[in-house]
Structures are given as C-alpha cells and as structure tokens.
Design a protein around this ligand. Structure first.
Ligand code: ARG
Length: 571
C-alpha cells in the first residue's frame, strides 16, 4: 500500500526520487488522522507555492482511486485514508506468506558471531548467560535475513591459569573428586593455588613452567589440560541443552596457539612492534589508546594475540562480511585495540566489519537463589530454578497437562531469555522471579500464553488437536470487509511491521526490538479477541477471523524463535 502511494505521489512530483518520497511518508500517530500522511513543506522551494496550496493541488490531481477512500488536506499535509478492505487485504496477503519476515539481503554472505565463550575450569555464570542468549538471537535474526552464520564458541581454554591448575591438581587434587564434582572442584583447586602461592611464591614459577610445557606440546601437561577442558565442556553443554541452542565451532583460544607466531611476524614486517620492559607491544597512543600487548616478557602470547590470530583465520576460512563479538562492556578497550591493530596491518575492512557488541550487567538482588557454594551463581541453577517454579504453577493450575516437564522447560527457560532480551542490551538486567515468570505483563510467558491461546481457539474451531489441520491459511475464501473493525486493523498494523522489525534489529544488533514487537502483537491480539467473538455461526466472519488468528499464531511463533524461545500448544 505504501508503495502504491509512493508511485502515485511520484507521478505528481517527479523531481523527488521514490526513496525521498518513501522517507517523507509518515504513519499518523492516531488512526483518525489517516493511514499515511505526506508533508509538502519540502516541495515549496521547487514549486514556488505555499505548502498548503501544494497539498490541495496534489489531492485534486489524484482524484478518485480504487484503493483510496478519501484524502484529507490538513495544512501542509496530505492525509490518506485507505479503503479499509483493500488495506486489510494487502496486509493479510503479505503476512500470511510462510516466509513473512525473511529476506534475501544476506544471500551468499557469511557472518561470524563469537559469543558465549566461557572460561574453562570456571563456572558458567550469569554474565555468560547474557552473551549466550544475545549471540543466539543475533544468529537467528541474521539467518532469517538469509545470511550464513558461523556460530563460534571462543572458549577461554589457554593461558597461564592452566599451569596453576596443574600444580594445584598435583598437590591437592585427586582424580575421583575431580570426576565427581567437575568444575566446582577445579574452581576449588584454583582458589587453593592462590592461597598457597601467597605463602610460597615459587609455586608461581612452577605454574609458569607447566604452561611453558603446554605450549611446547608436553604430553603429560596436555593430557591433564585436555581433561579439564572436557570436564568443563560437558557442564557447559548441559546449560546449552537447557537453552536449546548449539554452536558450529567450539574453537577456543587454544585452537589458535600455533598461529600466534605468524601474527608476530606480520607485525614485525609492518614495523609495528616495539619493545617495552621486555614485552612486545603495538603502540596505539596516536589513537588515544593504551598499547596492545602482544608478547609477554617471557615470550608467551596473550588473549589479544590469540584474538588477532582468530580474526585472520576467520577471514581466510569464512570470508565473513562481518564478525561480531558479544561480550560484557569491560572488554570494550580490548576489542578496540585488537581491531585497530588489524587495521594498521593494512586491512581497511576492519573498520566496518569487526564489531564489538557489549551488554550490561546482571543484578540478582531481586532474586533469591540457592547457590552451590556461598556466592558463585551458575547459569544452570537459574534456569533450573525457573523451570521448577513454572512446574509448580502448572501443578497448581493445570495438573493434567500433557508433557508437563517439557512445557515447564520451554516456558521457564523462555521466561529467563525474554527477561534478558526485553530491554536494550546495554542496560543492566535484573532478576525478579515474580516479574519475569508472570503470565501478564511484558514477559515471555505472556507471549507464549497468547500463542497457546491462538492454538486453543483453532483447536476448538477445527475440532482437532492436530495443528497441521489448522495451520494452512486459505486466502481464497476471505471476505476482507469483515476485518475492517478497529481491533482487527490495529492487530494487522502491528503484525505487518515484522519485516522492518527484523531488519532494524539486525542493523542495531538489538534483539529487544523483536521482543517488544512480540509483546505488541500479543497485546493487539488480546484486544482483538476481547471484542471479536470467533466461534460464531456466521461462516464468513468466522472464517476471516480465524485467518487472523492463524497469522497471529505464526507471527508470534516466528518472533519468539528469533529470540531463541520455543512455543507450546497448551500451558
Ligand atoms: N572467554 C572470554 C570471557 O569469558 C570471552 C571471549 C570473547 N571472545 C573473544 N574472541 N575474545 O571473558
């Protein structure tokens, strides 16, 4: 409809481009003011006339048209009132398409997303929950736009800390306890090392020596290290499974350990390396940044060196058009430095292809959480607690529900994810169980409940619980004049935004735009449902309204999927 109006206006004002006209068209804040508005201020100069006169002239010239009910001239504005049934028809047709919301902008292009990336032998805590959830949603959003996405888990699995762990394990650990307690025991050993090293600093030299052995490929050192990595990964994968997500590559820092020499060579050849107190750095003073450390004074590589290696590896292997890094804001400087070094090596693409995507902190003050030991909070425990709380609600309100456990998982986990993604990612996230598990309000359960309500309406109407029996949308038999009431039009106007919402979310790296859209659609649907009865005798009305229920159901499902949240047919 907008395109039709653009074409129409373009005939009358040929000196403006279609894009110009498109960007000038506004959606009036209230439906009483029309469906689209076009301001004529910018035309005054070219046409040597006052804007209100221009508006009146254009309206006259347009005359009568089959898809426009009437045009109102208000000052310098042309307000278009569309023929409701034609408008409704175009919205229903567009949104009923199976691929509604997708596009082909990304066809043939690859995006790397580096996210989650917990540190081996440390617990998977709430901060890593955020990068995991945000990264997964970005993966879904970019896939929807046709991109090939490489999901990369850059595990923190290399560095001197593993030398310390080996020393601690040899002194105070034993195989059985590590096997039994996993990461919890590895964390205990790590703490024990630091305590002991305070008294006995030679332990630090021992630890460094073990890490040097690891870097040199010593079998014993690598076997212990590998064991710690496997133990940690098994635990992280439990959390990923609860969340229902996966990665294409578990290539941690260790994966790049033999590629750092190349980086040092590149930097040396480009004359970028300078010595500073025995270490090798890239001076970034000209860019108002602290120097980027490349090699420590003992010659070993660091986090940044391995990130540099990873960037070149990924560019060569995947030929990405963009590489995104989802981490907390405290790594802002790190990525700015690393990206700058890549650029200084003669790679202009670094400027717009390498993007750091920071997010805010998690505050738990509102939530009482049972912790495993004192104050370490595991993401897994939060998810399990959400699931068990939802299970309680189900047992109370709908004890006979089928697949209770799976429903509780999808709703509980969905609630945590939704709570994370509903606000702009840079804002802090707070955990308040009463709020995030509420079935009313701006929550995951509310949107999922609205989806289940759509399913329930359809089950009744079609007297079938087989959703494939009622998913197909038959456009041939819809009387669109039945859907011209305010609540139906408002619902369609929300739904029709979906493609723009997905695009906007991708450009801003902001899943919250999709989360808010899902709530808007759910609210508009619930209004529609309060004023419009659906299971009625009048076949034409019933049929048209059922089509709208199907479109809503499909759109809610797809929007939730972009957030990494599933749906349930009954709850
Ligand atoms: N392991 C790091 C951490 O937990 C995050 C790694 C992010 N990715 C990267 N390529 N540096 O803080």
């Amino acid at each position: 409809m907008k395109n039709k109006i653009i074409t129409l206006l373009n005939e009358k004002i040929p000196f403006l481009s279609q894009e110009d006209i498109s960007s000038m068209i506004e959606i009036p804040p209230k439906p009483e003011m029309g469906d689209f508005a076009f301001p004529c201020f910018r035309l005054a100069k070219e046409l040597h006339k006052a804007p209100p006169m221009i508006a009146a002239d254009i309206a006259n010239e347009i005359g009568e048209l089959d898809f426009i009910d009437h045009i109102d001239v208000k000052g310098a504005y042309l307000n278009f009132y569309l023929r409701k049934d034609a408008f409704v028809k175009s919205m229903v047709e567009a949104s009923a398409a199976e691929n509604f919301g997708s596009s082909e902008e990304g066809t043939g292009k690859t995006i790397c997303i580096d996210y989650s990336s917990p540190n081996v032998a440390k617990n998977f805590h709430v901060g890593h929950l955020r990068t995991t959830i945000i990264g997964n949603s970005l993966y879904k959003i970019y896939s929807k736009l046709g991109y090939k996405v490489e999901r990369i888990n850059h595990l923190g699995d290399w560095g001197t800390q593993f030398g310390k762990l080996i020393v601690a394990y040899k002194n105070w650990g034993d195989e059985a306890t590590v096997k039994e307690k996993g990461v919890e025991e590895l964390m205990r050993l790590y703490v024990a090392f630091h305590k002991a090293a305070d008294e006995n600093p030679e332990l630090n030299d021992e630890a460094r020596a073990w890490f040097v052995k690891m870097e040199q490929g010593d079998e014993e050192a690598l076997a212990i290290w590998k064991w710690f990595v496997d133990i940690s990964l098994t635990e992280y994968k439990r959390t990923y499974q609860l969340l229902g997500l996966d990665f294409d590559h578990f290539t941690g820092e260790s994966f790049y350990r033999n590629m750092t020499g190349d980086i040092v060579q590149k930097l040396t050849d480009a004359n970028l390396l300078t010595e500073s107190e025995g270490a090798k750095i890239v001076d970034l003073e000209a860019y108002n940044m602290a120097p980027c450390l490349i090699l420590k004074n003992d010659g070993s590589s660091i986090y940044a060196t391995r990130d540099l290696a990873a960037i070149f590896y990924r560019k060569n292997t995947y030929n990405f058009v963009k590489a995104l890094y989802v981490t907390g804001q405290e790594q802002k400087l790190h990525f700015a430095q690393v990206f700058k070094v890549v650029e200084l090596l003669g790679n202009e693409w670094a400027k717009d292809q390498l993007v750091h995507i920071p997010y805010g902190l998690v505050s738990l003050d509102g939530a009482k959480l049972s912790t495993r030991d004192g104050n370490v909070i595991y993401a897994e425990d939060i998810l399990l607690e959400a699931i068990s709380k939802i299970k309680e609600t189900i047992n109370e309100k709908n004890p006979d529900l089928e697949d209770k456990d799976e429903v509780a998982r999808i709703v509980g986990v969905g609630a945590v994810i939704f709570n994370d993604l509903y606000n702009q990612r840079i804002k802090d996230v707070s955990f308040r169980w009463e709020k995030l598990l509420n079935f009313d309000g701006e929550t995951g359960p509310y949107v999922q409940y609205t989806y289940a309500r759509c399913s329930s309406i359809l089950r009744k109407a079609y007297e079938s619980s087989d959703s494939s029996a009622f998913s197909a949308i038959d456009l041939a038999n819809i009387d669109y004049s039945v859907l011209t009431d305010e609540a139906s039009v408002d619902l369609l106007k929300e739904i029709i935004r979906f493609p723009e919402v997905v695009k906007d979310a991708s450009e801003k790296y902001e899943p919250s735009i999709v989360a808010r859209f899902a709530v808007d659609v759910a609210q508009a649907f619930n209004k529609f449902y309060t004023v419009n009865r659906i299971n009625i005798d009048d076949e034409a009305v019933k049929n048209a309204r059922l089509a709208l229920v199907k479109i809503t159901r499909k759109t809610l499902r797809d929007a939730l999927d972009l957030l990494g949240i599933g749906v349930v047919e009954q709850m």
